[in-house]
Design a protein around this ligand. Structure first.
Ligand SMILES: Nc1ncnc2c1ncn2[C@@H]1O[C@H](COP(=O)(O)OP(=O)(O)OP(=O)(O)O)[C@@H](O)[C@H]1O
Ligand SMILES: [Mg+2]
Length: 297
């Protein structure tokens, strides 16, 4: 990891210019890759935060080192779901008040988290010096196996930046027609407006009543996307509409821990199994993430 950290530091070197053309993977001899996932949606309230939190826990339960970043700038959801009160966030790192290691919170759930921060609204306007500092601090995250970013809903600049920085975008929808059309709208933006058109898009259909319902909705979206956008979108899986999700929100205890045998938890485990079967893309990786998140061209 040290090697990768030095490579990244060099990449954002003194003159602030980046000569790297991407596809760096890791500079280390150790074959370590960080899987960077943005969990996102067109419509709000479809289950992103619950999925992000429980997906992170499920990954950790398979022995992975996982960090969950709350990228929802409007209302920081993650810490509420976990019943944690953060004292610092990314904005404090941007303002050089804290180091990245100071704002990473350990939880009893086997995952670490970075609390939501309005600081990202300023990322596009950082000075070179701030950018270098931030980039260096962000290298702390390269030791994680999985980075999960819970984005806000919709297509604001910050949400799109998070998605564009990631290797994989998991687009969450529910069976509701408005959620489906908004999911399509978001996929369209990712497919047509992103420079990173290689981003892997996967669908999660939440709050379904049967496996068939999830499959049917995913197929409908995938067919329309193929027809009008010619973009590859895969079906990752479904999550049942399950009352344990709501009760775990109220109790601030993720269902993956409090109700590990529930239908919702089983679905999450299944999804993690499917993700684990696919390898982390060789292109981009953590260095590309870093470059994009801080807006380096
Ligand atoms: N599988 C499910 N079964 C039952 N209820 C669910 C399920 N998933 C989510 N919910 C309910 O939907 C609510 C919204 O979920 P969540 O906060 O995760 O959505 P979100 O997409 O993160 O919302 P926002 O866009 O506001 O950030 C939860 O409080 C929960 O009550
Ligand atoms: Mg949320």
């Amino acid at each position: 990891m040290e090697d990768q950290a030095s490579e990244l530091r060099a990449m954002f070197g003194k003159n602030g210019s980046n000569t790297n053309t991407g596809n760096t993977g890791t500079a280390s001899n150790k074959p370590h890759k960080t899987r960077i996932i943005a969990v996102t949606s067109g419509k709000g309230g479809v289950g992103k935060s619950n999925i992000s939190v429980n997906l992170a826990i499920a990954f950790a339960q398979t022995g992975k080192k996982v960090i969950l970043i709350d990228g929802d700038l409007g209302m920081a959801n993650v810490n509420v779901l976990l019943g944690i009160t953060p004292k610092a966030n990314l904005l404090d790192v941007l303002n050089k008040k804290k180091k990245m290691s100071d704002i990473i919170l350990n939880t009893e759930l086997g995952i670490q988290i970075i609390a939501g921060a309005n600081g990202f609204s300023t990322i596009a306007n950082l000075t070179d010096e701030q950018r270098d500092f931030f980039a260096e601090e962000f290298t702390t995250l390269s030791s994680f196996d999985v980075i999960i970013i819970d984005t806000g809903a919709g297509v604001s600049e910050n949400v799109l930046r998070f998605i564009e920085s990631a290797d994989e975008a998991y687009v969450v929808t529910t069976p509701e027609p408005t959620a489906i059309t908004d999911a399509y709208g978001l996929i369209k933006i990712i497919a047509t407006e992103f420079s990173n058109s290689q981003i892997v898009m996967k669908l999660i259909v939440n709050k379904v009543h049967s496996a068939d319902e999830g499959k049917r909705i995913a197929e409908r979206i995938i067919t329309i996307v193929a027809q009008f956008l010619n973009a590859p979108v895969e079906y990752l899986g479904f999550i049942y509409d399950d009352s344990v999700v709501t009760s775990s929100v109220l109790r601030q205890k993720p269902f993956m821990v409090s109700q590990p045998n529930s239908k919702a938890a089983m679905c999450i485990k299944h999804i993690v199994g499917r993700i684990d079967k696919t390898s982390v893309k060789p292109t981009g990786g953590f260095s590309a993430f870093l470059r994009k998140i801080i807006g380096k061209k």
